[in-house]
Write a protein that binds this ligand. Structure first.
Ligand SMILES: [Fe+2]
Ligand SMILES: [Fe+2]
Length: 279
């Protein structure tokens, strides 16, 4: 089944591949996010999953590339692949720093690799692409949540703030690419929605488990005060993640498109603030 693709230029294709070449020196504080082990290790858990996860996203989109006739969407696919490849490379730099400091991110990298391998073997290419579109929605709402709240990047070491701001900007720029490819090559709503439900359960479940093990092995497993403060920060009444729930649920609407929600002006502001001449 082929569905019409709703592209919304100029946003849908305003993608730029930026080469950042981060180098995180030894004077980066151990807890670079709010001087807080909970927040720092939670973002490190996500970071550990990015390189392998993003390779999977690239492959799942590339698989269908020759079925895309729209030249604009072809250009967007090239930029999407370039952006994700650079995210993997730069998050590897952060992951290496954390590993040098004794945090077991290697185990998370291995478990994510096992998960993507299982998906590659057991899911149809169409479902793999639906998985990518689903995670891209996760990253887009997370990126927007982070960009909207000045205190988040403001609480990070400025060099780490630049990494996360850059990643958030590009996730927003390419938020519709995998979705548009899926709509063009399949458009099957059952696959799109059921895969989102499956991906959500796996993403939340595995990330929580990996994070808990990282906290435990780093000596913070039983620090109740730290856990309460961290849970309140992310999931409390004004919690960073809690605020993202309405945006998450919009994906389940039949007529949903990532650019129904225009985040262009927000991206422009964060680009000016954190990317300087790389904006
Ligand atoms: Fe990315
Ligand atoms: Fe992405």
């Amino acid at each position: 089944m082929t569905a019409a693709v709703r592209l919304q230029p100029p946003h849908a294709h305003a993608l730029k591949v930026r080469r950042m070449d981060f180098d995180f020196p030894d004077d980066i504080p151990e807890f670079w996010y709010g001087n807080d082990p909970f927040r720092t290790l939670l973002l490190s858990t996500l970071s550990a999953g990015f390189p392998e996860g993003e390779r999977f996203f690239i492959d799942s989109v590339r698989h269908f590339r020759d079925r895309i006739s729209d030249p604009e969407l072809q250009k967007a696919i090239s930029a999407f692949i370039g952006q994700e490849a650079h995210h993997s490379k730069e998050h590897d730099v952060l992951n290496r720093l954390m590993k040098q400091r004794g945090y077991n991110l290697g185990r998370i990298e291995r478990s994510v690799t096992i998960g993507t391998q299982m998906f590659r073997e057991r899911l149809s290419p169409e479902r793999q692409l639906a998985h990518t579109a689903a995670v891209e929605h996760f990253t887009a709402i997370m990126a927007e949540g982070f960009m909207k709240d000045d205190s988040i990047f403001g609480d990070m070491d400025p060099r780490l703030a630049q990494l996360w701001a850059w990643h958030a900007i590009e996730e927003t720029e390419h938020k519709a690419v995998a979705f548009d490819v899926f709509k063009q090559v399949s458009g099957d709503e059952w696959i799109r929605l059921s895969q989102m439900a499956l991906t959500s359960a796996m993403f939340v479940g595995y990330t929580s488990y990996d994070f808990w093990r990282l906290m435990r092995d780093s000596g913070y497993g039983r620090d109740l005060g730290l856990w309460l403060k961290g849970m309140d920060y992310f999931w409390g009444r004004k919690g960073v993640f809690r605020k993202m729930i309405p945006g998450y649920l919009k994906y389940y609407r039949r007529d949903f498109h990532p650019w129904d929600h225009d985040s262009t002006s927000l991206v422009e502001r964060i680009k000016r603030k954190y990317l300087g001449d790389k904006a």
